[in-house]
Design a protein around this ligand. Structure first.
Ligand SMILES: [Zn+2]
Length: 676
């Protein structure tokens, strides 16, 4: 039997024994009303709800509790970069992006859980910024002169305002944006800020919708004028293969030249929202639709089975042994959540689920006390070793406190909480849309002023049914839109037991009716196993929104020396080595995934751990002895179809996010050649 070892540091006492509440504890909270785009901004296709309107339940609530008991809930206690001496708390320490990154995830996590300990922490940061604005309008540490970290703090402040209604936030933002508009020409966006200008635009639009101050649109135009033209970048897209430091002009300790900034993974992930958000101001349909070209070229030249593009710092090509950075994962999610506002495209929500349910959990230990800088779809060994990254160092795929570089340590916190907020959105005609699925409760107003609560009970993405209970304060007519993922052929929906027609995969099912308290909707999204085709015609297994990986035995060992910055306790750095073979090919029919067996297991407290995987697939494979390790990674992927003379074996697959070592893209074996 293979060894499956879960890193158990800090798990003890993590989740109170017994059953955590399945329902949010705040069902008596008032409904949260959305804020619509104000003229002359273009109308949104789907309107985001304010933080707090959607609360997590079930496994998603437990995942947020794991996060609160893990790094997010404790990082400030032992990691100096977000500790008491942060410049963002009036100290002399880190005064750039790390404090704001931390707060951008801490605020929503704290309020979604209603966790008083975390709320107190979040308020400390927010309070300092609110009470230390300069006379001229500037915010943040006086020693910081870069526009970029302020953009991140503004995102945190908008969330805080939404959930608390604190009357100081909007005036502070008005003064700050007036300051930026007054000074923006003599001190234009530079370096990171010029590539990430949409991270300010998102807050400029947020404030304009609340004040109608047209000078904010002037600021939006200034940002556009000074910021990177990402539409042009993706239209011409010159980076059609893995990049190298030499080619990009990356020098240790030096400033990154423009071509390296354009090929930079996190910049690209942030950039995904740029043209869509800008289209609210420009009204130009080519801005609105630019996301499709961006995703198309990223998929074609750098696409990975986890829904991301590879960028182990910079674009790294389609080989599944290349990696992608955690910051890029959470920023791609944030970007796509905003682009859905713009286009209302169901395929973008499919993409959000693919990243959120696969790439996001994959890159953390199950207890969320350690994370990777880079994850690999084919990740057979996480050790301190030089790997074939585009430009990252030997620590990049370790599970640790700050492997390779500490940006992800500061920025990892926003992923799960912002997913909660974007599960539900409002439609322009005053209805509600289930955009992505997970156990939750939404409480808002529809049809002008009628309070409505919808509880969503589901084991999605591990299970194929979603049950909604609709509870308006009074009987009311409004459209309820349910996304039908592109993979969900033969989906079915029922309202109070009666079938609803019109479930078309890849769009939204619209149910127009008069809703009364206690109405029940049942949605079934059949999760037939299927295959997808990747680099060198390799094959991956999928079921519903989940990608599956070969379950490997994992041997976790603490790393005590050799790190640039070893983890201070209670942080910990881990190496992970396989205890079972990984070099298999699969005997599957690429069109039908016939022969794949599905086994559903309980959804426990740690679904994103090898031992807690709530679904297993079984499929036949054969060893491929010629496929070997090269520099600590799975070596060159054999071209499919491949041959193998090894005997058939029954292989177990678990969700990509549950497997911390994994193989995801496999040679497909032509069963007619060799074997028995
Ligand atoms: Zn990072």
């Amino acid at each position: 039997m293979r060894t499956l070892i879960l890193p158990v540091v800090m798990i003890t006492g993590l989740i109170a024994q017994g059953s955590p509440p399945e329902r949010p504890a705040t069902a008596d909270r008032p409904p949260s009303a959305p804020t619509f785009n104000r003229q002359p901004l273009r109308a949104e296709a789907l309107v985001p709800l304010p933080l707090g309107a959607v609360r997590p339940a079930g496994w998603l609530q437990r995942q947020l509790q794991i996060q609160a008991a893990g790094l997010t809930g404790h990082l400030d206690e032992f990691w100096p970069d977000v500790g008491k001496n942060s410049g963002w708390l009036g100290g002399t320490g880190e005064s750039w992006e790390r404090g704001p990154y931390f707060v951008d995830g801490l605020v929503p996590l704290a309020y979604l859980l209603g966790d008083e300990r975390l709320i107190a922490k979040a308020r400390t940061w927010v309070e300092w910024t609110l009470t230390h604005q300069g006379q001229d309008g500037r915010i943040g540490p006086p020693q910081n002169t870069d526009w970029w970290p302020n953009m991140v703090m503004l995102k945190a402040l908008t969330q805080y305002q939404e959930v608390t209604g604190d009357p100081r936030v909007i005036p502070l933002m008005q003064r700050y944006f007036a300051y930026h508009l007054a000074n923006g020409r003599k001190r234009p966006l530079q370096e990171w800020a010029s590539y990430r200008w949409a991270d300010e635009l998102v807050s400029v639009i947020w404030l304009y919708n609340r004040t109608g101050d047209t000078s904010l649109l002037d600021l939006a135009r200034l940002l556009h004028q000074q910021g990177t033209d990402w539409k042009r970048h993706f239209a011409g897209f010159p980076f059609k293969a893995k990049t190298t430091s030499e080619q990009l002009g990356v020098k240790p300790g030096g400033k990154l030249p423009d071509r390296a900034m354009l090929a930079h993974g996190v910049n690209n992930a942030m950039a995904l929202k740029t043209n869509g958000l800008w289209s609210f101001v420009s009204g130009d349909p080519t801005d609105r639709d630019a996301i499709h070209r961006a995703l198309d070229v990223l998929d074609r030249y750098h696409g990975q089975p986890n829904g991301m593009f590879s960028a182990d710092e910079h674009y790294a090509g389609p080989d599944p042994s290349q990696g992608v950075e955690l910051c890029a994962v959470v920023e791609a999610l944030f970007s796509l959540q905003h682009v859905i506002r713009v286009t209302g495209d169901a395929a973008l929500a499919d993409r959000v689920e693919r990243i959120a349910f696969n790439a996001l959990p994959a890159t953390f230990s199950a207890d969320m006390w350690s994370h990777q800088y880079d994850q690999q779809p084919n990740q057979v060994m996480c050790t301190l070793a030089k790997r074939a990254w585009s430009s990252n160092g030997p620590e990049a795929n370790l599970f640790g406190l700050e492997p390779n570089f500490g940006c992800c340590t500061a920025n990892l916190h926003q992923g799960w909480p912002k997913l909660v907020q974007s599960l539900w959105m409002l439609t322009p005609d005053q209805g509600l849309a289930a955009v992505t699925y997970a156990p939750s409760e939404v409480r808002t107003v529809v049809a002008g002023d009628i309070a409505v609560t919808i509880t969503e009970e589901t084991g999605y993405p591990f299970r194929d049914t979603v049950r909604l209970e609709v509870s308006p304060a009074a009987p009311v007519s409004f459209p309820l839109l349910l996304r039908i993922p592109a993979w969900a052929a033969n989906a079915s929906a029922h309202v109070n037991g009666q079938a609803v027609q019109g479930t078309l995969a890849g769009g939204f099912l619209r149910i127009d009716r008069r809703w009364t308290a206690g109405d029940r909707v049942a949605l079934t999204l059949p999760m037939t196993p299927r295959t997808s085709t990747w680099y060198r015609d390799s094959v991956a297994l999928e079921r519903g929104p989940l990608v599956f990986s070969l379950r490997l035995g994992e041997d976790w060992k603490k790393l005590t020396h050799g790190m640039k910055k070893p983890a201070a306790p209670p942080g910990v750095d881990w190496e992970v080595r396989p205890t079972t073979p990984w070099n298999y090919g699969l005997v599957v029919d690429p069109s039908a995934a016939a022969g794949v067996k599905v086994r559903e297991l309980p959804i426990g407290d740690f679904p994103f751990s090898p031992m807690g995987a709530p679904v297993e697939l079984t499929v036949t494979g054969r060893r491929m002895p010629e496929w070997t390790l090269v520099d600590g990674s799975a070596g060159p992927l054999p071209q499919s179809p491949a041959a193998s003379g090894s005997p058939d074996e029954s292989l177990t697959f678990i969700p990509y996010g549950s497997a911390k070592l994994r193989v995801t893209a496999f040679p497909r074996i032509d069963a007619s050649k060799g074997g028995k």
